[in-house]
Design a protein around this ligand. Structure first.
Ligand code: F6P
Length: 358
Protein backbone atom coordinates (compact mmCIF):
# COMPACT_ATOMS: atom_id res chain seq x y z
CA UNK A 1 0.00 0.00 0.00
CA UNK A 2 1.35 3.43 -0.90
CA UNK A 3 1.76 5.99 1.82
CA UNK A 4 -0.60 8.93 1.93
CA UNK A 5 0.04 12.68 1.99
CA UNK A 6 -2.89 15.01 2.66
CA UNK A 7 -2.65 18.56 1.33
CA UNK A 8 -4.79 21.56 2.24
CA UNK A 9 -4.90 25.30 1.70
CA UNK A 10 -5.78 27.45 4.68
CA UNK A 11 -6.31 31.17 5.41
CA UNK A 12 -6.78 33.86 2.74
CA UNK A 13 -6.18 32.65 -0.81
CA UNK A 14 -3.62 34.09 -3.24
CA UNK A 15 -2.16 33.33 -6.64
CA UNK A 16 0.15 30.30 -6.81
CA UNK A 17 -1.67 27.87 -4.49
CA UNK A 18 -2.59 25.50 -7.32
CA UNK A 19 1.01 25.61 -8.53
CA UNK A 20 2.18 24.37 -5.10
CA UNK A 21 -0.36 21.53 -5.29
CA UNK A 22 0.77 20.61 -8.77
CA UNK A 23 4.38 20.28 -7.61
CA UNK A 24 3.34 18.23 -4.58
CA UNK A 25 1.28 15.86 -6.70
CA UNK A 26 3.97 15.33 -9.36
CA UNK A 27 6.83 14.91 -6.88
CA UNK A 28 4.74 12.54 -4.77
CA UNK A 29 3.93 10.38 -7.79
CA UNK A 30 7.63 10.18 -8.54
CA UNK A 31 8.42 9.06 -4.97
CA UNK A 32 5.49 6.66 -4.65
CA UNK A 33 3.19 8.67 -2.38
CA UNK A 34 -0.56 8.98 -2.86
CA UNK A 35 -1.98 12.51 -2.41
CA UNK A 36 -5.42 13.45 -1.16
CA UNK A 37 -6.72 17.02 -1.04
CA UNK A 38 -8.76 18.24 1.93
CA UNK A 39 -11.35 20.87 1.03
CA UNK A 40 -11.77 24.22 2.77
CA UNK A 41 -8.75 24.06 5.03
CA UNK A 42 -9.14 21.62 7.91
CA UNK A 43 -12.93 22.16 7.82
CA UNK A 44 -13.29 19.46 5.12
CA UNK A 45 -12.43 16.83 7.74
CA UNK A 46 -15.25 17.97 10.01
CA UNK A 47 -17.89 17.26 7.40
CA UNK A 48 -19.80 14.01 6.95
CA UNK A 49 -18.70 12.39 4.72
CA UNK A 50 -15.22 13.92 4.76
CA UNK A 51 -14.72 16.51 1.99
CA UNK A 52 -11.58 14.97 0.52
CA UNK A 53 -10.54 13.85 -2.94
CA UNK A 54 -7.66 12.03 -4.55
CA UNK A 55 -5.29 14.33 -6.44
CA UNK A 56 -3.77 12.45 -9.36
CA UNK A 57 -0.80 13.65 -11.39
CA UNK A 58 -2.77 13.40 -14.66
CA UNK A 59 -5.28 15.96 -13.33
CA UNK A 60 -2.48 18.49 -12.80
CA UNK A 61 -1.66 19.49 -16.33
CA UNK A 62 -0.43 22.92 -17.40
CA UNK A 63 -3.86 24.53 -16.94
CA UNK A 64 -3.95 24.30 -13.15
CA UNK A 65 -0.51 25.88 -12.92
CA UNK A 66 -1.97 29.06 -14.44
CA UNK A 67 -5.11 29.22 -12.31
CA UNK A 68 -5.58 31.69 -9.47
CA UNK A 69 -7.34 30.80 -6.21
CA UNK A 70 -7.28 27.27 -4.81
CA UNK A 71 -9.07 24.32 -6.37
CA UNK A 72 -9.47 22.90 -2.84
CA UNK A 73 -11.15 25.98 -1.37
CA UNK A 74 -10.01 27.61 1.87
CA UNK A 75 -11.28 29.40 4.95
CA UNK A 76 -9.92 31.94 7.39
CA UNK A 77 -12.75 31.61 9.90
CA UNK A 78 -13.01 27.93 10.86
CA UNK A 79 -10.38 27.42 13.53
CA UNK A 80 -10.93 23.82 14.76
CA UNK A 81 -10.03 24.87 18.32
CA UNK A 82 -12.79 27.53 18.27
CA UNK A 83 -15.12 26.19 15.63
CA UNK A 84 -18.22 28.30 14.91
CA UNK A 85 -21.19 25.90 15.12
CA UNK A 86 -24.47 26.41 13.23
CA UNK A 87 -26.32 27.24 16.46
CA UNK A 88 -23.94 30.16 17.12
CA UNK A 89 -21.91 28.36 19.80
CA UNK A 90 -18.13 27.84 19.68
CA UNK A 91 -16.70 24.33 20.07
CA UNK A 92 -13.22 22.80 20.28
CA UNK A 93 -13.32 20.17 17.48
CA UNK A 94 -9.58 19.42 17.40
CA UNK A 95 -10.02 15.82 18.67
CA UNK A 96 -12.58 15.07 15.94
CA UNK A 97 -10.16 16.40 13.37
CA UNK A 98 -7.25 14.30 14.61
CA UNK A 99 -9.52 11.23 14.62
CA UNK A 100 -10.50 11.97 10.99
CA UNK A 101 -6.84 12.17 9.95
CA UNK A 102 -6.15 8.80 11.57
CA UNK A 103 -9.33 7.31 10.09
CA UNK A 104 -8.21 8.29 6.57
CA UNK A 105 -4.81 6.68 7.10
CA UNK A 106 -2.96 9.94 6.44
CA UNK A 107 0.80 9.61 7.01
CA UNK A 108 1.77 13.27 6.51
CA UNK A 109 0.07 16.64 6.07
CA UNK A 110 1.29 19.47 3.85
CA UNK A 111 -0.47 22.70 4.78
CA UNK A 112 -0.19 25.73 2.49
CA UNK A 113 -0.83 28.67 4.78
CA UNK A 114 0.30 31.77 6.65
CA UNK A 115 1.23 32.31 10.29
CA UNK A 116 -2.34 31.85 11.63
CA UNK A 117 -2.82 28.56 9.77
CA UNK A 118 0.61 27.27 10.79
CA UNK A 119 -0.16 28.03 14.41
CA UNK A 120 -3.35 25.95 14.20
CA UNK A 121 -1.77 23.11 12.22
CA UNK A 122 1.24 22.81 14.50
CA UNK A 123 -1.00 22.77 17.59
CA UNK A 124 -2.94 19.94 15.94
CA UNK A 125 0.30 18.19 15.05
CA UNK A 126 1.53 18.39 18.65
CA UNK A 127 -1.80 17.29 20.11
CA UNK A 128 -2.25 14.33 17.76
CA UNK A 129 1.35 13.42 16.94
CA UNK A 130 0.72 14.26 13.29
CA UNK A 131 3.61 14.72 10.88
CA UNK A 132 3.19 18.23 9.37
CA UNK A 133 5.07 20.40 6.83
CA UNK A 134 4.15 24.03 6.08
CA UNK A 135 4.43 25.84 2.74
CA UNK A 136 4.34 29.65 3.19
CA UNK A 137 1.79 31.65 1.23
CA UNK A 138 0.50 35.14 1.86
CA UNK A 139 0.21 38.34 -0.12
CA UNK A 140 1.21 40.10 3.13
CA UNK A 141 4.72 38.52 2.98
CA UNK A 142 4.93 38.68 6.76
CA UNK A 143 6.55 35.30 7.56
CA UNK A 144 9.99 36.18 8.83
CA UNK A 145 12.16 33.21 7.84
CA UNK A 146 11.43 33.17 4.13
CA UNK A 147 12.56 35.98 1.84
CA UNK A 148 9.24 35.75 0.08
CA UNK A 149 5.97 33.82 0.38
CA UNK A 150 3.80 32.48 -2.45
CA UNK A 151 1.33 35.12 -3.69
CA UNK A 152 3.29 38.25 -2.75
CA UNK A 153 4.88 38.78 -6.15
CA UNK A 154 1.53 38.57 -7.93
CA UNK A 155 -0.07 41.00 -5.46
CA UNK A 156 2.73 43.52 -6.02
CA UNK A 157 2.37 43.03 -9.78
CA UNK A 158 -1.37 43.76 -9.59
CA UNK A 159 -0.80 46.89 -7.48
CA UNK A 160 1.92 48.09 -9.85
CA UNK A 161 -0.35 47.56 -12.83
CA UNK A 162 -3.08 49.53 -11.05
CA UNK A 163 -0.65 52.45 -10.66
CA UNK A 164 0.25 52.17 -14.36
CA UNK A 165 -3.45 52.51 -15.15
CA UNK A 166 -4.06 55.32 -12.66
CA UNK A 167 -1.19 57.48 -13.89
CA UNK A 168 -2.62 58.46 -17.32
CA UNK A 169 -6.07 59.21 -15.95
CA UNK A 170 -4.50 61.25 -13.12
CA UNK A 171 -2.56 63.24 -15.72
CA UNK A 172 -5.61 63.72 -17.95
CA UNK A 173 -7.67 65.20 -15.09
CA UNK A 174 -5.01 67.01 -13.01
CA UNK A 175 -5.75 64.80 -10.02
CA UNK A 176 -4.09 63.16 -7.06
CA UNK A 177 -4.87 59.44 -7.21
CA UNK A 178 -4.80 57.54 -3.94
CA UNK A 179 -4.40 53.75 -4.15
CA UNK A 180 -5.25 51.75 -0.99
CA UNK A 181 -3.62 48.32 -0.88
CA UNK A 182 -3.85 45.26 1.40
CA UNK A 183 -1.13 43.72 3.54
CA UNK A 184 -2.75 43.65 6.97
CA UNK A 185 -0.07 44.41 9.59
CA UNK A 186 2.81 44.01 7.13
CA UNK A 187 3.11 46.78 4.53
CA UNK A 188 5.41 45.33 1.90
CA UNK A 189 2.88 45.59 -0.94
CA UNK A 190 2.58 49.40 -0.54
CA UNK A 191 6.34 49.82 -0.37
CA UNK A 192 7.30 47.54 -3.26
CA UNK A 193 4.50 48.58 -5.61
CA UNK A 194 5.01 52.24 -4.67
CA UNK A 195 8.60 52.09 -5.89
CA UNK A 196 7.79 49.94 -8.93
CA UNK A 197 4.87 52.20 -9.88
CA UNK A 198 6.79 55.46 -9.44
CA UNK A 199 4.50 57.08 -6.84
CA UNK A 200 5.16 60.40 -5.12
CA UNK A 201 4.02 59.36 -1.65
CA UNK A 202 4.05 55.97 0.14
CA UNK A 203 2.17 55.75 3.43
CA UNK A 204 2.97 52.86 5.77
CA UNK A 205 2.34 52.61 9.52
CA UNK A 206 6.03 52.22 10.37
CA UNK A 207 6.66 55.84 9.36
CA UNK A 208 4.48 58.51 10.93
CA UNK A 209 2.95 60.88 8.41
CA UNK A 210 1.21 64.22 8.67
CA UNK A 211 -1.18 65.80 6.18
CA UNK A 212 1.29 68.71 5.96
CA UNK A 213 4.07 66.23 5.11
CA UNK A 214 2.00 64.69 2.29
CA UNK A 215 0.93 68.15 1.04
CA UNK A 216 4.52 69.42 1.03
CA UNK A 217 5.55 66.69 -1.44
CA UNK A 218 2.50 67.16 -3.64
CA UNK A 219 3.03 70.94 -3.78
CA UNK A 220 6.66 70.36 -4.82
CA UNK A 221 5.34 68.15 -7.62
CA UNK A 222 2.98 70.95 -8.70
CA UNK A 223 5.77 73.55 -8.59
CA UNK A 224 7.93 71.32 -10.77
CA UNK A 225 5.25 71.67 -13.45
CA UNK A 226 3.59 68.25 -13.07
CA UNK A 227 -0.20 68.33 -12.93
CA UNK A 228 -0.86 65.08 -11.07
CA UNK A 229 0.45 62.91 -8.25
CA UNK A 230 0.19 59.30 -7.13
CA UNK A 231 -0.15 58.20 -3.50
CA UNK A 232 -0.14 54.58 -2.31
CA UNK A 233 -1.39 53.81 1.18
CA UNK A 234 -1.29 50.56 3.14
CA UNK A 235 -4.67 49.58 4.60
CA UNK A 236 -3.13 49.48 8.10
CA UNK A 237 -2.17 53.17 8.14
CA UNK A 238 -3.92 54.97 10.98
CA UNK A 239 -5.71 58.32 11.07
CA UNK A 240 -3.87 61.48 11.98
CA UNK A 241 -5.04 60.91 15.53
CA UNK A 242 -3.60 57.36 15.61
CA UNK A 243 -6.87 55.41 15.18
CA UNK A 244 -7.14 52.25 13.06
CA UNK A 245 -9.47 52.63 10.06
CA UNK A 246 -11.65 49.52 9.86
CA UNK A 247 -14.92 48.23 8.46
CA UNK A 248 -17.37 45.69 9.83
CA UNK A 249 -18.14 43.00 7.22
CA UNK A 250 -21.18 40.79 6.70
CA UNK A 251 -19.66 38.05 8.90
CA UNK A 252 -19.57 40.53 11.80
CA UNK A 253 -15.75 40.63 11.71
CA UNK A 254 -13.78 43.88 11.60
CA UNK A 255 -11.05 44.25 8.98
CA UNK A 256 -8.86 47.10 7.75
CA UNK A 257 -10.38 49.36 5.08
CA UNK A 258 -11.16 53.02 4.44
CA UNK A 259 -7.91 54.91 5.06
CA UNK A 260 -7.88 56.14 1.42
CA UNK A 261 -11.31 57.76 1.81
CA UNK A 262 -10.22 59.24 5.14
CA UNK A 263 -7.18 60.89 3.56
CA UNK A 264 -8.77 62.00 0.30
CA UNK A 265 -10.60 65.22 1.41
CA UNK A 266 -7.70 66.16 3.68
CA UNK A 267 -5.18 65.91 0.84
CA UNK A 268 -7.54 67.81 -1.49
CA UNK A 269 -7.94 70.61 1.01
CA UNK A 270 -4.24 70.86 1.79
CA UNK A 271 -3.06 70.81 -1.84
CA UNK A 272 -5.86 72.30 -3.95
CA UNK A 273 -5.79 69.14 -6.14
CA UNK A 274 -8.90 67.12 -6.88
CA UNK A 275 -8.48 63.63 -5.39
CA UNK A 276 -9.87 60.17 -6.16
CA UNK A 277 -9.49 56.89 -4.28
CA UNK A 278 -9.11 53.33 -5.59
CA UNK A 279 -9.33 50.47 -3.13
CA UNK A 280 -7.65 47.48 -4.74
CA UNK A 281 -8.92 44.87 -2.25
CA UNK A 282 -9.17 41.23 -3.22
CA UNK A 283 -8.11 41.92 -6.81
CA UNK A 284 -4.61 41.57 -5.35
CA UNK A 285 -5.29 37.96 -4.42
CA UNK A 286 -6.82 36.73 -7.67
CA UNK A 287 -5.63 36.14 -11.21
CA UNK A 288 -2.94 34.04 -12.75
CA UNK A 289 0.31 33.84 -10.75
CA UNK A 290 3.40 35.65 -12.06
CA UNK A 291 6.36 33.54 -13.21
CA UNK A 292 8.10 34.31 -9.89
CA UNK A 293 5.18 32.91 -7.94
CA UNK A 294 4.92 29.84 -10.18
CA UNK A 295 8.61 29.10 -9.74
CA UNK A 296 8.59 29.71 -5.99
CA UNK A 297 5.39 27.68 -5.49
CA UNK A 298 6.76 24.68 -7.33
CA UNK A 299 10.22 24.80 -5.75
CA UNK A 300 8.60 24.88 -2.30
CA UNK A 301 6.09 22.16 -3.21
CA UNK A 302 8.84 19.79 -4.34
CA UNK A 303 10.86 20.47 -1.19
CA UNK A 304 7.83 19.80 1.03
CA UNK A 305 7.44 16.31 -0.46
CA UNK A 306 11.18 15.66 -0.20
CA UNK A 307 10.96 16.43 3.53
CA UNK A 308 7.98 14.10 3.92
CA UNK A 309 9.93 11.39 2.13
CA UNK A 310 12.91 11.95 4.44
CA UNK A 311 10.60 11.82 7.48
CA UNK A 312 11.58 15.35 8.56
CA UNK A 313 8.53 17.04 10.11
CA UNK A 314 7.53 20.19 12.02
CA UNK A 315 9.27 22.25 9.33
CA UNK A 316 8.30 25.11 7.04
CA UNK A 317 9.91 25.15 3.63
CA UNK A 318 11.37 28.56 2.85
CA UNK A 319 13.16 30.57 0.17
CA UNK A 320 16.41 32.10 1.38
CA UNK A 321 19.18 33.58 -0.79
CA UNK A 322 17.94 31.85 -3.96
CA UNK A 323 17.80 28.44 -2.25
CA UNK A 324 14.99 26.34 -0.87
CA UNK A 325 15.64 25.53 2.78
CA UNK A 326 13.57 24.33 5.74
CA UNK A 327 13.14 25.97 9.13
CA UNK A 328 11.35 25.01 12.35
CA UNK A 329 7.67 25.96 12.19
CA UNK A 330 7.75 27.54 15.66
CA UNK A 331 10.62 29.82 14.59
CA UNK A 332 8.82 30.72 11.37
CA UNK A 333 5.76 32.06 13.17
CA UNK A 334 7.54 33.69 16.10
CA UNK A 335 7.49 37.18 14.66
CA UNK A 336 5.60 39.11 12.00
CA UNK A 337 7.98 40.61 9.45
CA UNK A 338 7.13 44.27 8.96
CA UNK A 339 8.93 46.93 6.92
CA UNK A 340 12.28 48.10 8.28
CA UNK A 341 12.03 51.92 8.33
CA UNK A 342 15.81 52.23 7.89
CA UNK A 343 16.23 49.24 5.55
CA UNK A 344 17.39 49.11 1.92
CA UNK A 345 13.96 49.36 0.35
CA UNK A 346 12.87 52.47 2.29
CA UNK A 347 16.30 54.01 1.59
CA UNK A 348 15.80 53.29 -2.11
CA UNK A 349 12.40 54.98 -2.07
CA UNK A 350 13.68 58.07 -0.27
CA UNK A 351 16.65 58.27 -2.63
CA UNK A 352 14.20 58.42 -5.54
CA UNK A 353 12.48 61.42 -3.96
CA UNK A 354 9.47 59.43 -2.74
CA UNK A 355 7.99 60.95 0.40
CA UNK A 356 6.60 58.96 3.34
CA UNK A 357 4.55 61.95 4.41
CA UNK A 358 6.92 62.60 7.34
O1 F6P B 1 -3.92 38.21 4.90
C1 F6P B 1 -4.32 38.41 3.58
C2 F6P B 1 -5.35 39.51 3.46
O2 F6P B 1 -5.65 39.66 2.09
C3 F6P B 1 -4.94 40.83 4.08
O3 F6P B 1 -4.02 41.55 3.31
C4 F6P B 1 -6.29 41.49 4.22
O4 F6P B 1 -6.26 42.47 5.24
C5 F6P B 1 -7.18 40.32 4.61
O5 F6P B 1 -6.53 39.15 4.15
C6 F6P B 1 -8.57 40.35 4.05
O6 F6P B 1 -9.25 39.26 4.59
P1 F6P B 1 -10.62 38.68 4.00
O7 F6P B 1 -10.29 37.79 2.85
O8 F6P B 1 -11.18 37.92 5.15
O9 F6P B 1 -11.46 39.85 3.57
Amino acid sequence: MSKKIAILTSGGDCAGLNAVMRAVVHRSAMLGWEVIGIENGTAGLLEEPYAVRTLAAEDFDGFILRRGGTILGTTNSKNPFEYPMDDGSIKDRSDELIAAIKDLGIDAIIGIGGDGSFDILSRLANQGGLPFIGVPKTIDNDLSLTDVSVGFDTAVEVATEALDRLQPTAASHDRVMILEVMGRDARHIALYAGIAGGVDVILIPEIEYSIEGIAKKIKEVKQSGRNFALVIVSEAVKTNGGKKVEMVHSDGQTRYGGIGEYLSPKIAEATGFETRVTVLGHVQRGGSPTWNDRLLAQALGVKAVDLVDEGKFGRMVAWQNRQVVDVAIEDAIKECRTVRPHGTIVHTARSLGISFGD
